[in-house]
Design a protein around this ligand. Structure first.
Ligand code: SF4
Length: 510
């Protein structure tokens, strides 16, 4: 029974997680070419480009959040879908064991991580029969940061900066622009949106996600939708949200719209936001052996075109000479000297902490002394090495806003001086940073390979009961680059960019 099916699936999962498809590379290369290298946007895009090349060359995950695996499988009539689904699950577990996927499936009631990316609802597998004598498997890996920026609108609606959105195509355009503006850098912009007009709440989101299986450079066969796609692309890139929400010329690299019939009483616009790490690939398989006969989204099995020249890649992080070096533990004076826009290079010990660690620290003392310390919002991919040793294979920042209810208290209680994450935090944290003398640094979201190379060693781990991504890892780093986006004087780049892009949003309302 399809002897090569399992191996083909493992190959597909591995390549999807580690090698961005050509259309996404092309769009990101265009974004990089449009920015000056010495700007915040230029530096962010250069790190992203390096990360894409590093991931491909070492076959490591592009981003540490390898996302929710979603398979769309077309099979000939008579194919055994029960057996195929078992094989998909086995392939997901194997790719997780090999470190190509991070264990990402968590029991929603107990919080326990299954450890192998399997569990109720994980992975997502949709089958469809077709009349061809071949099997087609498409896969998208969509991470949590961008999934959290999805949006669904019920028209008519009043939208901030855009006014009323009616049950018209112009109303749809406004909803999509509003979603891109609301996302700011939280979904690791520049992103892409899949959109569904109509359906019900459930089918609308599903169809929106299905649009992400289209290539970025295709043209919508419906000229009315093609026109809105183009209008959205033009207007969204006027907003200057920019890479990672730092401000800049490219906020969106794709807009793909589909439509479903709806009930007369409902008019939903569902927006599925995907990040720059837009991992989507597919294969066609021989229906008798399961051997890969062709790759989808790629020309044959040709190697990917690198984002950077070997010299650019070897040059590393593009420095301007104005970077500020910080060695942990960090003093109050050093922190108060920093201001929004400064690029810092951190060396010394940092501790990871995301949702479970923050909730824990609200009730318990930390397992380490965090005074003067660096807290990194990160759920790394970590593999065991030798007797009791660990190696981090992917370690980019996770979305920080989830820790907004806790962050100011934790900073104050335990003397944390630096919080690193992505997407920025809110007013409560900003006030807390000012009160306690601390800063928030934005690292480049998704740059998991780049940041893994800044880690010299894993010095230890605490709170392992929360599972690998949620544990508190003790990491010794050298020259870990990040940008001050919230300082100890009450300034926030995120607030400024949101306000400026909101004004630009108002300018494209008609
Ligand atoms: S690039 Fe950003 S939004 Fe995308 S999966 Fe990675 S961390 Fe999440």
């Amino acid at each position: 029974m399809l002897p090569s099916f399992f191996d083909s699936l493992v190959q597909l999962i591995t390549r999807t997680s580690t090698d961005l498809p050509p259309d996404v590379r092309k769009a990101m290369a265009a974004a990089l070419a449009s920015e000056e290298r010495a700007t915040r946007a230029g530096q962010a895009l250069t790190i992203i480009a390096q990360n894409i090349d590093q991931a491909e060359s070492c076959e490591g995950p592009i981003c540490q959040d390898t996302g929710m695996p979603t398979f769309e499988i077309k099979v000939p009539v008579g194919a055994n879908q029960i057996w195929m689904k078992q094989q998909v699950k086995a392939a997901i577990a194997e790719a997780t064991r090999r470190g190509k996927l991070r264990p990402n499936s968590v029991d929603s009631i107990t919080g326990e991580n299954s450890g192998d990316n399997l569990g109720p609802g994980t992975p997502i597998v949709h089958f469809e029969q077709w009349e061809q004598d071949a099997i087609e498997v498409k896969l998208i890996l969509k991470g949590g940061g961008c999934e959290n920026t999805n949006a669904q609108y019920a028209l008519p609606a009043d939208l901030e900066h855009l006014g009323r959105a009616d049950r018209t195509l112009d109303g749809v355009r406004k909803c999509i622009l509003h979603a891109v503006w609301k996302a700011q850098g939280k979904g690791c912009s520049p992103g892409s949106v899949g959109v569904c007009i109509g359906g019900d709440r459930t089918s609308g989101y599903l169809h929106a996600k299905e649009q992400l299986f289209r290539t970025l450079d295709d043209t919508n066969p419906d000229p009315r939708l093609a026109e809105i796609e183009e209008a959205v692309m033009d207007a969204a890139n006027e907003l200057t949200v920019g890479p990672m929400g730092f401000g800049g010329k490219t906020s969106l690299i794709g807009c793909k719209i589909g439509a479903l019939n709806r009930l007369p009483a409902s008019f939903f616009v569902s927006v599925a936001y995907d990040c720059w790490a837009f991992r989507r690939l597919g294969v066609t398989l021989d229906a008798r052996s399961g051997v890969i006969t062709s790759w989808l989204y790629r020309e044959g099995d040709t190697p990917s075109v690198p984002m950077l020249t070997p010299e650019q890649l070897a040059a590393g992080f593009p420095r301007t000479g104005r970077e500020v070096r910080l060695q942990a533990p960090i003093t109050d004076d050093q922190i108060r000297a920093l201001k929004v826009g400064d690029v810092v290079l951190i060396s010394g010990r940092m501790y990871t902490g995301r949702d479970a660690v923050h909730a824990h620290l609200m009730k318990h003392e930390p397992p380490v002394d965090m005074r003067g310390g660096v807290l990194y919002h990160c759920g790394p991919v970590v593999v065991k090495e030798g007797e009791g040793g660990w190696r981090v294979t992917a370690a980019g920042p996770t979305t920080s806003i989830r820790e907004e209810p806790y962050q100011a208290d934790i900073v104050e209680r335990y003397g944390v001086r630096v919080v690193i994450g992505k997407g920025g935090m809110g007013g409560k944290t900003l006030a807390g940073l000012k009160k306690s003398g601390a800063v928030y640094l934005n690292a480049i979201g998704g740059a998991a390979q780049f940041y893994a190379r800044c880690i010299d060693r894993v010095a230890g781990v605490s709170l392992m009961q929360f599972g690998t991504p949620e544990a508190m890892w003790h990491l010794d780093v050298t020259d870990f680059p990040a940008i001050v986006t919230m300082d100890a004087h009450g300034n926030s780049l995120h607030k400024d960019v949101e306000q400026a892009s909101g004004e630009k949003l108002a300018a494209v309302r008609d």
